[in-house]
Design a protein around this ligand. Structure first.
Ligand SMILES: Cc1cc2nc3c(=O)[nH]c(=O)nc-3n(C[C@H](O)[C@H](O)[C@H](O)COP(=O)(O)OP(=O)(O)OC[C@H]3O[C@@H](n4cnc5c(N)ncnc54)[C@H](O)[C@@H]3O)c2cc1C
Length: 514
């Protein structure tokens, strides 16, 4: 029998892919498509999918549990007939993922005294948002100074101040998607981020209810190039340190194992990078660290309940609650009991983000449950609200492999500074949801970035004779990415280009370029 490898002998490979989420698996697939099959995928979790994560919850009538999603749940922006399509939507269809259109007009509004009709405020918010969109266009074309979403809303005439109904509408409109309040969100890239997903493809959000779990599409793609027990997938393996340079990368695990690679792709979340969980040798350069530290990682927490009955209107999808004192206090309740979801399941969940996520993720289940039941009793004063049969919520902000849910573009970050988040340092590459300038926060961001980096690496490995095109849609050169050691704080129109991670025009109307 061959001698077992000594502990100080590292496994050798061409590309070490660190993380088995959407970015990692898409990167591996792009390498295979470019005939690079010598890679190793490493993840500290015991499953493939990363932030696309499900769990068992409650009981169906036959006694078996439901599968619910703790992380990503929607395909956001689908596509139009003959028009461009969100790659995640293409994959959802390929794997027949069961999903239902989220109807954001199917909503009832509440406050601490029960049903309260403040729905007309949606129109005021819509009107202000349209003005803000135009203002964002001027910033982009004229290279004007960016600002916060709060300032932009105010200039557009939307000032909720102490009106808690208006604050709830604003939360629904803004914080629910970005996991940050408007004062902490960058204006220009907040608007373009929304447009590039919902205007380029479509403004539909489809909620995945597939009982295999949303990550079935990631596993499906992986099974196209990995065999069963393929040694190129190492789960339950935590990366502790990464030594990099112009010649290659050495990755060391917490169990002492290691990989020696020609290139490595880090797909860890911005939260993981900010929390110094992984040591880089040498320390990452200043231009890289400044970008990592300025970018921000939001937290989005779904709190699930199964009751013994559906005491809310089973035909309504959303119930928006405006607390009298605290903005974002258990605001959006979402029924899974209605048609198209887990019909008759008596499951409902509430979402909190940002400061409320940090607060509830640090307290025991029982405290959160009691707070929620009090809110439900206020919303439905005529109903007897029973104790739930099941109750569960994740703690994204303290999860050491994520440290949050997804990223959000902060105030005062330019496209060049964000490009520094994407850029490789020697043979160390970065990809993931957060490195996407156009689709940060979304699954599609992780997908495009994983593919882009792998195509660049394949281009370098295969050599100039191969004539590998490093981006399917454009003709960027393979190889190292642009980076900026000196930042001047603004971005001219012509810098919104593929070199800075901006391949698609930002001037979009629904489904096509304006
Ligand atoms: C609650 C929540 C709701 C969301 N909702 C949506 C939605 O509805 N629609 C949508 O499009 N997007 C949504 N997202 C965002 C989406 O989930 C992410 O954009 C996407 O999954 C990120 O993929 P990724 O590959 O970049 O990162 P990840 O999925 O985080 O993959 C990185 C991997 O690296 C691994 N890792 C980290 N540290 C180490 C280490 N030291 N050693 C080894 N491995 C390590 C992790 O275990 C992880 O598997 C949501 C996310 C969350 C959390």
């Amino acid at each position: 029998a061959p001698a077992a490898p000594r502990a100080d002998e590292c496994r050798k490979t061409k590309v070490a892919i660190l993380g088995a989420g959407v970015a990692g698996i898409t990167a591996a697939q792009a390498l295979v498509n470019a005939s690079v099959t010598d890679f190793i995928i490493v993840d500290r979790n015991d499953y493939v999918g990363g932030r696309v994560k499900h769990t068992e919850f409650g009981k169906k009538s036959d006694g078996t549990p439901y599968t619910i999603e703790l992380g990503a749940n929607w395909v956001q922006g689908l596509g139009t007939e003959g028009g461009p399509e969100n790659p995640i939507w293409t994959l959802a269809k390929k794997y027949g993922l069961e999903n239902t259109y989220s109807n954001y007009s199917s909503i009832e509004t509440y406050d601490e005294e029960g049903a309260a009709d403040f729905g007309t405020l949606f129109d005021d918010m819509d009107a202000a948002y349209s003005i803000a969109e135009q203002d964002a266009g001027y910033i982009l074309t004229e290279n004007l100074q960016d600002t916060s979403m709060r300032a932009a809303f105010s200039v557009a005439g939307w000032k909720p101040k102490k009106d808690m109904h208006a604050q709830a509408i604003e939360w629904w409109y803004w914080d629910w998607e970005t996991a940050y309040p408007p004062e902490q969100s960058g204006f220009l890239y907040g608007i373009t981020g929304y447009n590039l997903t919902f205007y380029q493809w479509s403004d539909e959000n489809n909620f995945v209810i597939d009982q295999r779990g949303f990550n079935a599409f990631i596993i499906g793609e992986m099974n196209e190039f990995l065999t069963e027990n393929d040694p190129r997938l190492m789960l339950n393996t935590m990366v502790k340190s990464i030594a990099y340079g112009p010649e290659g990368v050495n990755v060391t695990f917490d169990d002492g194992g290691c990989i020696e690679a020609e290139h490595a792709i880090v797909t860890f979340s911005i939260g993981v990078l900010q929390n110094d969980i992984v040591e880089f040798e040498p320390q990452l350069p200043r231009w890289k660290r400044e970008a990592i530290e300025q970018y921000q990682m939001g937290t989005y927490t779904k709190v699930f309940f199964q009751f013994n009955e559906t005491f809310w209107d089973p035909e309504t999808q959303y119930f928006l609650y405006a607390d009298a004192n605290i903005r974002g206090y258990y605001p959006v309740w979402q029924s899974l009991s209605g048609p198209g979801f887990h019909e008759g399941s008596n499951i409902i969940f509430v979402t909190v983000v940002g400061p409320q996520s940090y607060r509830i993720e640090e307290q025991p289940d029982e405290v959160t449950k009691a707070e929620c039941l009090e809110v439900l009793r206020a919303m439905f004063p005529d109903k007897e609200i029973p104790e739930p049969l099941d109750f569960k919520y994740p703690r994204w902000s303290t999860e050491e492999w994520a440290f949050g849910s997804y990223s959000n573009w902060p105030v005062g970050m330019t496209l060049e500074k964000h490009q520094n988040l994407r850029a490789n340092v020697d043979r160390l590459w970065f990809a993931g949801e957060g490195t996407s300038a156009q689709y940060f926060g979304f699954l599609q961001g992780a997908w495009y970035e994983g593919r882009d980096v792998a195509q660049r690496i394949a281009g370098l490995l295969n050599g100039p004779d191969e004539k590998v095109q490093c981006d399917n849609d454009t003709t960027i050169d393979c190889g190292p990415m642009a980076k900026y050691e000196v930042l001047h704080g603004t971005t001219s129109l012509e810098e919104f280009n593929v070199m800075n991670g901006w391949p698609v025009s930002s001037f979009l109307d629904y489904g096509y370029e304006a």
